[in-house]
Design a protein around this ligand. Structure first.
Ligand code: ADP
Ligand code: NI
Length: 215
C-alpha cells in the first residue's frame, strides 16, 4: 500500500504542475495530512481516505470548462492501472465526485465516515488564514475585484447559481467560507474550525473598519 500511495503522490504532483496556487499540490499536501490525522483518530479506512484526499482536486471542473467528470474519470483510470480492487476504487471515486461544496445543494445521501473525513479536511483548508490566502489567490486568478460595496452577497440554493457567480472575493466569505464551520461532519474538524472561523471573522471586521477609515 505504501507503494500505491507514493505512486499516487507522483501522479497528482504531475497533474497539478501548473495549478493556481489555491488549488495546487500544497493544498493537496495539507488536505492529505489533515485527513490522515482524522482517519487515524476516528478509525476510518486509511487507504480510502488517503487516496481520496490525494486525488480530490486533480481536475477541478472550475479549471476544466465546468466538466464535472474529468477528475473522477481520471482518478478511476489511474487506480485501475494500479490494480486496486474495484470496491475500493468505487468508494474513492464516489468521494471525489460528491464532496465539493457546490454539490452540497443537491446531495442527499448518507456519507461514509471516509467521505466525512476528507470533506472536513478540504473544508478546513478553505477557512482560516490559509482560507483567506486561497480566496484572494483564486479571485486574482479570475481577475475579480476583491470588494465592491455595491454588490451584496447572495444566498445560493443551487450548484449552477453558485458556480456561475462572478462576485467579488469578499462576498465569497459570506456566500461560502463563513458557513463551513457549521457544516463540519466530525468532532476533530469542528474543533479546528472554531479558531479558523474566528480568525476570518476578525479579518473581515478589520477589513470593514479600514474600508470605512475607522482604524
Ligand atoms: P468546492 O471545491 O468545495 O466546490 P469551491 O470550488 O467553491 O469549493 O472552492 C474551493 C476554493 O476555491 C475556495 O475555498 C476558495 O479558496 C476558492 N474559491 C472558489 N470560488 C471562489 C470565489 N468565488 N472567490 C474566491 N475564492 C473562491
Ligand atoms: Ni480541495
Amino acid at each position: 500500500m505504501k507503494d500505491l500511495i507514493s505512486q499516487t503522490i507522483h501522479f497528482v504532483q504531475q497533474q497539478l504542475e501548473n495549478a493556481e496556487s489555491g488549488h495546487d499540490w500544497w493544498h493537496v499536501v495539507r488536505v492529505h495530512a489533515l485527513a490522515r490525522q482524522f482517519a487515524i483518530e476516528l478509525n476510518a479506512n486509511l487507504i480510502v481516505v488517503e487516496l481520496a484526499a490525494l486525488l480530490h482536486d486533480i481536475a477541478d471542473s472550475k479549471f476544466h470548462n465546468g466538466n464535472e467528470e474529468t477528475g473522477p474519470a481520471l482518478a478511476a483510470q489511474f487506480l485501475e492501472i494500479q490494480h486496486l480492487d474495484s470496491a475500493t476504487i468505487q468508494q474513492v471515486v464516489y468521494i471525489i465526485r460528491h464532496m465539493s461544496f457546490k454539490h452540497s445543494f443537491s446531495f442527499n445521501d448518507t456519507p461514509s465516515l471516509e467521505f466525512q473525513v476528507v470533506q472536513d479536511a478540504d473544508r478546513l483548508d478553505a477557512i482560516g488564514a490559509i482560507g483567506i490566502a486561497r480566496a484572494f489567490s483564486y479571485g486574482g486568478f479570475k481577475q475579480r475585484p476583491f470588494f465592491d460595496p455595491e454588490i451584496a452577497p447572495q444566498h445560493y440554493t443551487s450548484t449552477s447559481q453558485y458556480s456561475n457567480s462572478k462576485a467579488p472575493t469578499i462576498n465569497h466569505f459570506y456566500e461560502k467560507l463563513l458557513l463551513l464551520k457549521d457544516l463540519m461532519n466530525t468532532g476533530p474538524a469542528k474543533k479546528l474550525a472554531e479558531k479558523r472561523h474566528d480568525y476570518m471573522v476578525n479579518f473581515l471586521r478589520q477589513f470593514d473598519a479600514e474600508w470605512n477609515g475607522l482604524c
